[in-house]
Design a protein around this ligand. Structure first.
Ligand code: GRF
Length: 217
C-alpha cells in the first residue's frame, strides 16, 4: 500500500517537483493524491497539472479567518483520503486546531538547520551571522512556526563569497533530497515520534562530521 500524500504549496513548487519525480519511480512507496495552493498563480500548480495530479486552489482571502480557511483545507485533504500532509513552501501559518488534527501526520521543509533561523529571509540572516554551515530540516509540524520533531537534516557549507541566492540554490538541492527521503522513510513505517523526538528504524548514520573551511590552499 502506498502512502497518500497531500502537498500544500504557495509558489514555485520545486520541492513538489522533487516529490513528483520520486513518486514516478515504481519502487517509491508514496503517491501524491492532492496538491492544494492558496495562491492561484503558483507555479507549482502548473507542475502538478503537468504531472496529471489533482489540484485545488483555496484562496485564503476568501475566508473570514484562519480557522475557516484551515477547516476548508482539512475538508479537502480528508475527502482525498490523505495520510500525510506535506508543507512544501506553503506560506500561511496554520491554526493549532489544524496542526493538532494532523498531529504527526504533517511535515514541513525549512531551509535552515532548525532551531536556528526560523522564519523568512533565512539565507540573508545565515550569511550575516557568519556561521560556517547551513542546510535544511524536514520536521513534523507543531503549532509554533518552524517548530516540531526533526525527521531529517542535511548540512551544506556556507562559502565566504556566498550571496543569498548562491546559498539558497545549494540548500535547495539538499531540500529536494531530504524531502524525498523523509517521505520515503515515513511511508516505509520507519518513523515514529516518542516524547516529541523522532526515532527512525533501519537507517545508518554518517561516522564523522564535516569541517568548513576544509583545508588551506
Ligand atoms: C523552500 O526553500 C522551502 O524550504 C521553504 O520555501 C521554499 C519553497 O520552495 N519552506 P519551492 O516552492 O518548493 O520551490
Amino acid at each position: 500500500m502506498t502512502l497518500r500524500v497531500g502537498v500544500l504549496i504557495s509558489g514555485r513548487g520545486s520541492n513538489l517537483q522533487a516529490l513528483i519525480e520520486a513518486c514516478a519511480k515504481p519502487d517509491y512507496p508514496a503517491e501524491i493524491v492532492l496538491v492544494i495552493s492558496n495562491e492561484p498563480k503558483a507555479m507549482g500548480l502548473i507542475r502538478a497539472q503537468g504531472a496529471s495530479l489533482v489540484t485545488e486552489t483555496i484562496e485564503h482571502q476568501q475566508f473570514e479567518d484562519r480557522r475557516t480557511f484551515d477547516n476548508s483545507l482539512t475538508a479537502s485533504l480528508e475527502k482525498a483520503g490523505v495520510d500525510l500532509v506535506c508543507l512544501a513552501g506553503f506560506m500561511r501559518l496554520l491554526t493549532a486546531e489544524f496542526v493538532n488534527r494532523w498531529q504527526d501526520r504533517i511535515i514541513n521543509i525549512h531551509p535552515s538547520l532548525l532551531p536556528a533561523f526560523k522564519g523568512l529571509n533565512v539565507h540573508e540572516r545565515v550569511i550575516a551571522s557568519g556561521v560556517r554551515f547551513s542546510g535544511c530540516t524536514v520536521h513534523f509540524v507543531r503549532a509554533d512556526m518552524d517548530a516540531g520533531p526533526v525527521i531529517i537534516q542535511s548540512a551544506v557549507p556556507v562559502h565566504p563569497e556566498d550571496k543569498p541566492k548562491d546559498l539558497a540554490a545549494r540548500v535547495l538541492i539538499s531540500e529536494h533530497e531530504s524531502l524525498r527521503l523523509a517521505v520515503r522513510m515515513i511511508a516505509e513505517g520507519r518513523v515514529r515520534v516518542e516524547n516529541d523526538i523522532v526515532k527512525i528504524s533501519g537507517v545508518t548514520s554518517p561516522a564523522n562530521g564535516l569541517i568548513n573551511p576544509s583545508r588551506l590552499n
